[in-house]
Design a protein around this ligand. Sequence first.
Ligand code: ADP
Ligand code: MG
Length: 645
Amino acid sequence: MPHIQCLPPHVADLIAAGEVVERPASVVKELVENAIDAGSSAIVVEIQNGGMTYIRVSDNGCGIAYDQLPTAFLRHATSKLRTANDLSAIGTLGFRGEALAAIAAVSRVDIFSRAEGSTAGGSLHIEGGAAEDVTETGAPQGTTICVRDLFYNTPARMKFMKKDSAESAAISGVVQHLALSHPHISFKLIRDGQESLHTPGDGQLYSAIYAAMGRDFALSLLPIEGRGGEVEVKGFITKPLNCHGSRGKQVLFVNGRFVKSQLLTAALEEAYKNQMMKGKFPGCVLHVTLPPEMVDVNVHPAKTVVKFVSDKAVFDAVYYTVLDTLNGEKRPVKEEKPQQQSFYRSMTAEEFRAKSAAETKKPLGSYTTAQRSTPVSAPAPKPAPTPAPKSAPVRPAAEPIFVRDVAEKGKPFTYTAGTTRYEITPPKAEEVKQETLPLPAVETPVPVEVQETMLPKEAPWRMVGEVLKTYIICEDEQENVWLIDKHAAHERLRFDALKAADHPVMSQPLLTPLTVSLEAESYAAAVENLDTLERFGFVCEDFGSGTLLIREISTEVRLEDAAATVEELSQKLATGRADPAAARDELLHTMACKSAIKAGMTTDAKELQALVEKVQAGEILYCPHGRPVKHKLSKYEIEKLFKRA
Ligand code: ADP
Ligand code: MG
């Protein structure tokens, strides 16, 4: 008969310690979180040998009173939680009162601390959980805890440790995440004598990202902010073109705590669909904030899992905030030219045209280099807003070649994401046309109301021509040369239009039906999905033996492309994604690709002009597969090619 008895305290402590302290990174996390809870504004972490032999965390927080030093190391000793009710309203990072006891049970600890308002500091040495007496020492305000020889008394645990470099990387990750969730605190990490991270603690998330994740990453980011109900989403996401080969640069926080969450990752990535190349992943530093009662607080604080009361509310808040930001990115990108800004007054293209038309009697919209070189003496004051005369001349619209392509500005249309239908109100013309160019100053005030007319039809750029029957060349007023991939740009335009349309694609009957023979799987899928093909404008019949008869084709595609389009659609029906919205997108990709003007094809200059207008207005940035549609060559880059610069 086994005899039941209580464990000796030091054995119980060792077992408990195993749960809190898994590896050096967990020690760092607990110590730094304590420092944060103590109200520090600067925290320094030093490690040696991946933290196995030495971890030191110093802070300038409230400190621990001399006589309380031994208490802090007792199990379940905490200053952060008094009653059971406090559990649900917990605002600090630690609250179980276990960390210091656990760390001290499996290492050799020295602590130095001086409490706020006290003149004398104290120090204490604890080894394997056994504390010596507190001694009085001089110390700066705050706390320094030094942990040596981790797991020296638990050889079994020691065996599980990875190489120093892996432990060191894990510690860097912990410090990085804590720095990103506390931008108002300056963090420094010193690894084997070398500073590897140092954030300024200026309260700006962007500064923390710049310091903790590097310049290149920081420069690839777009700010993001939004909310869905009680869920607030804030932070930075990478631009679609800067996406990464892995998810390693996705950093997510929920109520300030670093988490790993498939739900949040899925919401983020879903919003990038159609803007990002396959196999790429967006990076982000996202803070999701929601009322504490909407998150499960009983999840172990040392773990990074998170449970939400409403997954859908959280998914939607993140998805739509990211989507809105990415769509906003399509607006004209303002070129940062600070030194010019101070000399030139920013003026909208509309203002500029009105002014130059009045001055030079040139046709509206044209520009010459002479205008650019107008000498400027001083910045002109911003004109007072004067209402524009209702009869202000409106220039005739350009050839409406691509009118069918664009959802009417300002008019809402529906959009389906996953199983959710979403009403989208496209930015109004005045929101879109905010591109301000550094242009010469004017003395006479220009009526501001003029800005609220339509998007400038003739932006300050000039189409030079087309090369290789594929790339349109333009130059703009800032002496940049633009190369535009005409197929990619038009494909995007077609894709957006097809996606926004909520009616089936129109079809036209053929005098002589076409036949297309398909490979077995595609054929089976096509025959099973004749109604889907019809919704895309292709009325087909099963002609037997792997052949389809096409009686009507979509008005979107050329006759010579019809058979190939049906073949590709059938292929996608056979192999496509299970999610109906994703599957629809795949089919739309085919439609957009086939209906777009092609590389190598001769295109009417007016058609190119209309396309460039859309691209230069910032409405198109990536083709539906995520490839860029335009590339800028600055004058400087060209001059460098010719060794002029
Ligand atoms: P918990 O953080 O869950 O309360 P810990 O064992 O981590 O438990 O710490 C015990 C107590 O020691 C804390 O509640 C706090 O009062 C005190 N303490 C620990 N580290 C610090 C620090 N760096 N500065 C001030 N007080 C600290
Ligand atoms: Mg703690």
